[in-house]
Design a protein around this ligand. Structure first.
Ligand code: G3I
Length: 366
């Protein structure tokens, strides 16, 4: 339909509640940015099963790429040596295909979600066999079905040194190069990314740059770097983000914002180390009954400024993926404190666009 107005008044019959809702909605995210970069979301199993009516409407309408929030992690695919269950991850790939969505595979090598049997492996040789077999099996199974992989996730410390993990401790510092080499052998047409949080911060960025150069100098393919983008409202490091895009792109690779959300709840640390927790205190969950307009506006301003920045460098950006479809799905409702009410994304719990959504659309119209 020819866009006569930037906003289209749409009368939608909400199949679930059987009630008419009149929503004003600008054009979709994917259509607004279709000449710039892919726009995606992390999808849960419940959403693959189409048991989330809000996501069922939003995903095909707003996004052109999806990432499995958990379904392709090591412990989701295998719980015993040589035994794999791809059924749920295959359902995810089928869901993406049915909805004309590209797929970013997440993630082949991550210390945080290893199956118990692998974590218990003592000998380095046996561990290398697990590591090699896992990558070949999973990346081979999805070769031609996923467009990109987060090959290795969160291998760095905040100071840019390699994180102590079973992979580093048993395989040595070259394990990351090995992971990319193994993946490229079985998935020759899949874009290969290194993914991390806070790697827009100077020290961690330096370590990430060194990692990327090491892979390249080994003659192994790396196509991009993922900056996860788990940021905090009113505190987005815009200068670091822009400098990082420029520095990573200068290495001849693409940059993706892979897990974008903007936390509005109080937290006494940054980053996304899922192993961290925070004690419940007075004021831990200040917005259980709704987000104040002042915070809603700051969130909108932050998202608008971020997308204006990304548009300035759209030639370097391959994809922007939100870490969830709507606020009700977000991991931030349960981390680092369980049972809070957060509002980090562009759509509210009922699937209504927030002012942040309109700021992202408006950033393109400028
Ligand atoms: O599937 C089980 C379910 O059977 C069980 O009843 C339930 C209760 O224990 O747990 C369920 O698994 C949970 C899983 O999410 C699926 O809901 C895990 O406990 C829980 O730890 C897991 O959390 C995920 C977390 O990564 C750890 O894998 C979050 O949903 C996910 O948003 C988060 O995403 C990570 C990225 O992969 C990497 N970057 C950081 C980002 C945020 O931590």
């Amino acid at each position: 339909m020819k866009k006569l107005f930037p906003f289209v008044i749409v009368i939608l019959l909400n199949g679930c509640a059987g009630t008419r809702q009149i929503k004003t909605a600008a054009g979709s995210l994917k259509d607004t940015y279709k000449k710039d970069f892919l726009i995606g979301a992390a999808i849960s199993w419940r959403q693959v099963e189409e048991k989330d009516p809000v996501a069922r409407e939003l995903v095909p309408r707003q996004f052109n790429t999806v990432t499995p929030e958990n379904l392709m992690k090591e412990m989701e695919l295998t719980s015993a040596w040589g035994t794999y269950d791809f059924s749920r991850a295959d359902r995810f790939v089928d869901f993406a295909k049915a909805n004309h969505l590209q797929v970013n595979g997440h993630t082949l090598v991550w210390h945080s979600q290893m199956p118990d049997f692998a974590r218990r492996i003592q000998s380095a040789d046996s561990f290398r066999t697990f590591f090699t077999d896992h990558i070949r099996k999973v990346a081979g199974h999805y070769s031609g079905k996923v467009q990109s992989w987060d090959v290795v996730n969160e291998a760095l410390n905040e100071d840019g040194t390699l994180r102590s993990s079973p992979f580093l401790n048993k395989l040595g510092a070259n394990y990351i190069v090995d992971a990319f080499k193994l993946t490229q052998e079985v998935a020759p047409n899949t874009a290969l990314y290194y993914n991390d949080y806070n790697n827009e911060q100077p020290k961690k960025r330096a370590g990430c740059m060194a990692l990327i150069k090491k892979i390249q100098q080994a003659g192994v393919r790396i196509d991009g770097v993922g900056i996860q983008g788990h940021w905090h409202v009113g505190k987005l490091p815009f200068k670091d983000i822009e400098e990082s895009i420029l520095q990573y792109a200068a290495l001849g690779i693409k940059v993706a914002i892979t897990e974008l959300d903007i936390e509005v709840l109080p937290r006494n640390f940054t980053g996304a180390d899922v192993s961290r927790r925070m004690n419940v205190g007075a004021g831990s969950d200040p917005y259980a009954n709704g987000l104040p307009e002042t915070v809603q506006k700051q969130l909108a301003d932050d998202y608008g400024q971020l997308f204006a920045l990304l548009l300035r460098h759209k030639d370097k950006i391959s994809r922007v993926t939100f870490w969830g479809v709507h606020d009700g799905q977000s991991w931030l409702n349960n981390w680092p404190i369980a049972g809070r009410t957060s509002y980090p994304l562009l759509f509210d719990r009922k699937g209504n666009p927030k002012s942040a959504f309109y700021s992202v659309i408006k950033a393109k119209k400028k």
